[in-house]
Write a new protein. Structure first.
Length: 115
């Protein structure tokens, strides 16, 4: 069973940066696209960034384009989300998974951006 573990969240002031990590135990990400999602209480989970594991092609939500960068590390079997120029509206719990949520959800990592 694949276990997803997200880390790297925290409290940061507006304009600051954070780098999130998503690691998997139990299998490799090879062959999967991976997505960073975020969720605010009372709202649906939304996709913010995606990456093809094989090609490295990326896709971003308009709300984060130009500020967030998704990347992957083959050797570490890890997906990253570099978040720059953070805004209070980026505050959420961030999760990773495949586009069709094929793995069990991890606990996520809380990102809080203060104004």
């Amino acid at each position: 069973q694949v276990q997803l573990v997200e880390s790297g969240g925290g409290l940061v002031q507006a304009g600051g940066s954070l780098r999130l990590s998503c690691a998997a135990s139990g299998r490799t990400f090879r062959g999967y696209a991976m997505v960073w999602f975020r969720q605010v209480p009372g709202k649906e989970r939304e996709s913010v960034a995606a990456i093809s594991w094989s090609t490295g092609n990326t896709n971003y939500a308009d709300s984060v384009k130009g500020r967030f960068t998704i990347s992957r590390d083959y050797a570490m079997n890890t997906v990253y989300l570099q978040m720059n120029s953070l805004k209070p509206e980026d505050t959420a719990v961030y999760y990773c998974n495949t586009p069709r949520s094929e793995f069990s959800w991890g606990q996520g990592t809380q990102v809080t951006v203060s104004s």
